[in-house]
Design a protein around this ligand. Sequence first.
Ligand SMILES: [Mg+2]
Length: 386
Amino acid sequence: MSRIDRITVRSFDWRIEGMASVMRAAPGGRVTLSKFVVTIETDDGQRGDYLPHYMGRPMTMAQTCEMAPLLLGRDPETRGKIFDDLRNAFRHYDGAGIAALDAALWDLAGQKYGCSVATLLGGWRKHLPTYASTHPGQSTPGGLDSIEAFADFAAHCQALGYPAFKIHAFWKGDAASEIAVMQAVKSRVGDQMRLMTDPASSLATFLDAVEVGRACDDLAFYWYEDPFRDNSASAFAHKRLREMIKTPLLIAEHVRGIEQKANFLLNGGTDILHIDPELDGGITGTMKLAQFAESLGMDVQLHTAGPLHRQCMAAIRNTAYYEMGLVGPDMTNTLAPPAYSCGYSDALEAIAPDGTVPVPQGPGLGVTLDWEWLRYHQTAEQVFRS
Ligand SMILES: [Mg+2]
């Protein structure tokens, strides 16, 4: 039997031109971002890698590093037991560090059997309908710095082939600024695209959430996501909101834990369950939640983008779109490092004219990491060995 005998966590950083921060454009500006990549190796030469996109953050890496020693000496194909043991061992915490290890184990299995993770999951589709998910609006010049800029960018996305468009507006905390962007985008592209809005838990009050929700109804928005400052964690509040508006709610992006998400759903807190594969237990956790919702006749959405998300979505029936984000005019998708040598991309232009992105078909996660690029940009390395 194979045994895990080495886990390496490498952090790296890289610079992006034209941005002032992860979500803010700045013509002539530059920002340095950092992420990490996990490699799991066995005593008989097997290997799996995963590079987190959205949640490749220091706090997640810290959990991953603390969890890594618990995998040493174990059979890499006992993913379900490893998932369960990590959840139990770190039950005081949110378990966000599990995902990178779980994804690397699935990559290892796919490499071993010469097939994609989607195939291991029973996946069938090779192309994923995709929506454009914007960077938030900004008050400084560049990017989405005006209401008109949102409408212009929506039209650009529609021309590229995107069938749907999600607004992250200015997050000022008031209903009026949210609704103004929604109305402008609706009047520009509303006949050609499905529209969604995500205040990202920024609205100050429940009544603000109701007001924006009623605007979603009037404008026939496809879904309404994370309205207000309960940080989208109160099932009670969102059940009340659902009783007052017609637009489907997409909630639970900020709720961690499979039982907690299940309880949130069963308590009426959402119409569509939001799952983040990089925070909700990797592929193992994501598929548990997607199948739970499917069993109730409900849909899920996967939060943000990456190879892991594509492999999972290929095997999930009850979901509508892949989230291409975050994107904006002349703005880099800062969540996806340029760390692939196989052409994999989550850039705005990575959409096909039919409005889809492909599911990588190679073994494992289906992508090839650019190790030369990663070595050049490496800042630190932690090795755990048995
Ligand atoms: Mg969101």
